[in-house]
Design a protein around this ligand. Structure first.
Ligand SMILES: [Zn+2]
Length: 588
């Protein structure tokens, strides 16, 4: 049998291999083990493992026999069993851990078979690379720990934990079975035999996990659990298609929703909406999900969204820039400093754009911190926070966040007011590149906001790299779009665009939307972002210092330096991907 070793742990002592025989351990007690035995007894007193009275007696007796009080406590047999484990562990240099059962990640339950965990009162409480930390009540089951090392291929570090805590972790790890008799499961895209096996092996939580992993594999973006007739159904939604994955008799509704919530580490109480983001490990990596449990008048339902992995989704040349815009943006991004501001009439799509820029300039190893309203993508290696967490941890202060997290780049999906924007200008001034989104009706208004900040304009132009305004247009469904013989009216078309449109009318076919099963009758197949860009080139910086009144000055700067979205609009129209009506605002 492999010899079992203790690993260095958290904050305490460096352990040596422990002899499997506990005999003589008192004599061999190591001098560098932290904490005096008396201190330990005082802790027991505090935890109620010992009474004042017995502690006094104990100390007296130990003094008489000239032995350590802790040793006397063991011999006298007055200690609570948990406290005994503690004395033994502490003497050997095994730390005692007070762990909050609710804080132990549920994913750790997969490491050990339930039977082994229960039999040895041993539960994993954390996992680092190649190592698990096992909380145990009895640290002398060497045989079992060696078996666990062999079985998991991980080296085991021990901590001693009260038996009551371990029992509570076991209850969380292996909850009561989802009480669905196998015969009652109705299969859909997932076979009933498969679902039965999941339930048999890992109960509801296993079922929920497998359903979600199935969804990821099948390209399903949303899994919903809700009543459908007399059953409760699990539906998978992949954007274009909805499919029934599984269904159960309606009386299992609460249990089924509970299984998904449990998997996400949520406790579903009486609140109407509980939301959380969680991760599952798959063979190909980590996948992230967002769960909402809704409790309404008609009962409880849940929606789980697969948070797309950004690696496969977004690149700078896929977000709607035309080639000239891509090139300018690339050049500015390569400077890796300053502030880049993305304004947009609605928040939708801003995070996507900023992520594409971040991915262009910050590769693996960079410390990128992002703050989103809610997580939409998972980006491996980024520190992704939601705004409410920033409110909680940093009082909503961007400067505090930047000082604490020291990012290589910072993204704020949406600033809500000028004060926040000003804070970000100062962060960028101190050398941290900042990407931020802001609500705005058009580029000129966004610029006006920027130049109304209470900051020296000289400093501002040195810090700002790029201001862009983003608008989303709907893309026509290619399956059902309809060509129209009618041509757009030139009325209301802006002077600058009139000639261009006249040429286009001669050369291209215009389309309108229809509707088909693929686009669920909407006539659209997606959205694309189009951008007006104002790069803060040396020329622009220079113009800003002219003596003209601000408004006129900005109008002139925009007029002369704007890299407008128009080439993208023209391209989309020529390819029949948008209706004229939808892009009409770009012609004004
Ligand atoms: Zn269609």
């Amino acid at each position: 049998m492999k010899h079992f070793t203790f690993q260095p742990l958290f904050y305490k002592v460096l352990n040596k291999p422990v002899s499997p025989k506990p005999v003589g351990w008192f004599a061999e007690r190591r001098a560098d083990v932290g904490g005096s035995r008396t201190e330990l007894l005082d802790t027991f007193l505090k935890l109620g493992y010992l009474s004042h009275e017995s502690l006094t007696k104990l100390k007296a007796r130990a003094a008489r026999k000239e032995v350590p009080a802790a040793g006397e406590a063991l011999v006298s047999g007055i200690l609570h069993p948990d406290a005994k484990g503690w004395v033994l562990a502490d003497t050997l240099g095994i730390p005692f851990l007070e762990v909050d059962p609710a804080a132990v990640p549920l994913s750790l339950s997969e490491l050990l078979p339930e039977a082994i965990a229960r039999e040895n009162m041993a539960v994993p409480v954390s996992r680092e690379e190649g190592r698990i930390t096992l909380a145990v009540s009895d640290p002398f089951r060497h045989g079992a720990f060696s078996r666990i090392e062999e079985m998991t291929g991980l080296s085991v570090t021990l901590v001693v934990c009260p038996a009551g805590t371990i029992t509570r972790i076991l209850e969380r790890f292996y909850p009561e079975a989802l009480p669905i008799p196998p015969g009652e499961i109705l299969g859909g895209a997932i076979g009933r035999e498969e679902a039965q096996e999941w339930l048999a092996r890992g109960r509801g939580r296993r079922l929920a996990e497998k359903v979600l992993l199935h969804a990821v594999e099948a390209g399903i973006s949303t899994v919903r659990v809700y009543p459908s007739g007399r059953s409760v159904a699990v539906f998978g939604d992949s954007g274009a298609r909805r499919s029934l994955l599984l269904s159960f008799p309606i009386r299992f509704r609460e249990a089924l929703v509970g299984s998904f919530a449990d998997l996400a580490g949520l406790s579903t109480g009486r609140e109407c909406v509980v939301e959380s983001t969680f991760q599952l490990e798959t063979e190909t990596g980590i996948r992230a999900f967002r769960i909402s449990v809704l409790r309404g008048l008609s009962g409880v339902e849940t929606v789980v969204t697969v948070i797309p992995d950004l690696r496969s989704v977004i690149a700078l040349d896929s977000i709607g820039f035309h080639p000239e815009q891509t090139e300018i943006t690339r050049r500015l991004l390569s400077m890796q400093d300053g502030l880049i501001l993305v304004s947009s009439p609605a928040a939708e799509g801003v995070a996507t754009t900023i992520y594409a820029m971040l991915r262009e300039s910050y590769r693996a190893g960079s410390r990128v911190v992002t703050v989103e309203e809610t997580h939409r993508f998972r980006n491996d290696g980024y520190i992704q926070l939601e705004r409410h967490e920033v409110e909680k941890r940093f009082g909503g202060k961007w400067t505090r966040l930047a000082e604490t997290l020291e990012p290589d780049a910072l993204m704020i999906e949406s600033v809500s007011d000028k004060k926040e924007l000003l804070d970000l200008v100062h962060i960028a001034r101190r050398g941290i590149p900042v990407f931020c989104g802001a609500q705005g009706v058009n580029l000129s208004r966004t610029l006006e906001t920027l130049f109304s900040l209470e900051v020296d304009p000289f400093l501002l132009v040195r810090v700002v790299r790029l201001v862009m305004h983003q608008r989303l247009v709907d893309l026509l469904c290619p399956e059902c779009r309809r060509a129209v013989p009618a041509v757009p009216s030139l009325q209301f078309v802006g002077e600058n665009y009139r000639e261009k449109l006249e040429t286009m009318v001669q050369e291209v076919t215009f389309y309108v939307r229809a509707g088909c099963p693929r686009c669920r009758g909407t006539g659209y197949s997606g959205k694309m972002a189009l951008f007006d860009l104002l790069p803060f080139t040396p020329g622009v910086q220079h113009q800003i210092f002219s003596d003209e009144p601000l408004e006129e000055k900005l109008a002139r700067i925009v007029g002369e330096n704007l890299r407008s979205a128009f080439p993208s609009v023209e391209d989309l129209l020529r390819r029949g991907m948008v209706t004229f009506d939808d892009v009409f605002p770009f012609f004004r």
